[in-house]
Design a protein around this ligand. Structure first.
Ligand SMILES: [Zn+2]
Length: 326
């Protein structure tokens, strides 16, 4: 074989040897280069200079290939260092409001209620008229409602879902309607322009206030503990008659009085009442034949009471130090 062929063959082999970075392999290849230098002596005088350069270049290339491969191997070893601890990744979790929503829904599902959803953009009719909210009622004011383009608005409560459900169904039935609602309130410790409600409705031939009390007592005990007591205070809502605010005995102090219950021993959790006859008329039911009860609660409020959260804004600030606690 001519010297040039030997040089080319050795170069190809060096380039095709990934393990060239290992000292034993590198030394063997360099030994072969050294042997080619012996061939140099046999060449005619005028070729010696030129082939000397080529052999030196080959030697330099083998060394360079070897150094580079060794470096890459070191990098690779670092890259696959399996004793290094991994980068911890935090798993996400459900937002406390949606956890509270689920817990509320679970209680009513056990009592045979079905879940109904409705659109967040509603008609004025479903949000007000059908619920017996008269034109002069302050909540009808454009400053108290987000109007999209009249007669459409962002629903100010989930009660329109009751209207939709009653128009579509025939009594008897019982539903809950969880969802997002909107009010043009400035955000402060107890207000947000968007929050969540769960409404309940039970309609049938002999639905009574006693059943309303029974259902809400069961709910309060499931959510706030088996010793919880409930108290009904007369109130007014346009869509129920009679109407009542419902309080629970303070579960933090055992109704003795503490800062959370403002010393009263009671905490307000929701509004309720018997469905107003005019609401039944609006959906085509005969109020002489059908009775029903309805209630509505704020999910944020329930969640704040259960976990003693003092500012509603904390739910929407995306502060992980707060959210991680749930
Ligand atoms: Zn208390």
């Amino acid at each position: 074989m001519e010297l040039q062929e030997k040089i080319d063959e050795l170069r190809r082999r060096a380039q095709a040897t990934p393990a060239i970075g290992e000292p034993a392999i590198r030394n063997r290849l360099l030994e072969e280069v050294r042997r080619l230098f012996q061939d140099l002596a046999k060449l005619p005088k005028e070729q010696k200079g030129e082939f000397g350069k080529r052999l030196n270049a080959l030697k330099a290339e083998v060394e360079e290939l070897s150094t580079r491969a060794a470096g890459e191997r070191q990098v690779a070893e670092v890259r696959f260092e399996d004793t290094l601890p991994g980068t911890p990744r935090e798993l996400g979790r459900r937002h406390p409001i949606y956890r509270a929503w689920d817990e509320i829904a679970r209680v009513f599902l056990k009592l045979g209620f079905e879940v109904e959803y409705g659109p967040e953009i509603e008609t004025e009719e479903n949000n007000f008229q059908s619920l017996n909210i008269p034109l002069e009622h302050p909540s009808r004011d454009a400053f108290d409602t987000f109007y999209v383009r009249a007669p459409h608005l962002l629903r100010s409560h989930t009660s329109p879902v009751q209207i939709r459900a009653m128009r579509r169904r025939r009594p008897p039935f019982r539903i809950i309607a969880p969802g997002k609602v909107f009010r043009p309130d400035d955000a402060d410790a107890s207000h947000l322009p968007s929050f969540h409600q769960v409404e309940g409705l039970m309609v049938g031939e002999d639905v009574s206030f006693a059943q309303l009390k029974g259902v809400l007592l069961l709910f309060a005990r499931e959510m706030f503990g088996p010793d919880t007591r409930v108290r009904f205070r007369p109130s007014f809502f346009p869509f129920t008659e009679p109407s009542a605010e419902v309080d629970i005995s303070c579960f933090l102090c055992g109704a003795k009085g503490c800062p959370a219950c403002k010393g009263s021993g009671w905490m307000e959790i929701l509004g309720s009442g018997m469905v107003h006859p005019k609401v039944f008329e609006a959906v085509g039911y005969d109020p002489e034949k059908v009775t029903g009860f309805a209630f509505g609660m704020g999910v944020e409020r329930i969640c704040m009471l259960r976990h003693n959260v003092r500012d509603i804004r904390w739910f929407v600030e995306n502060n992980f130090r707060f959210l991680r606690q749930f």
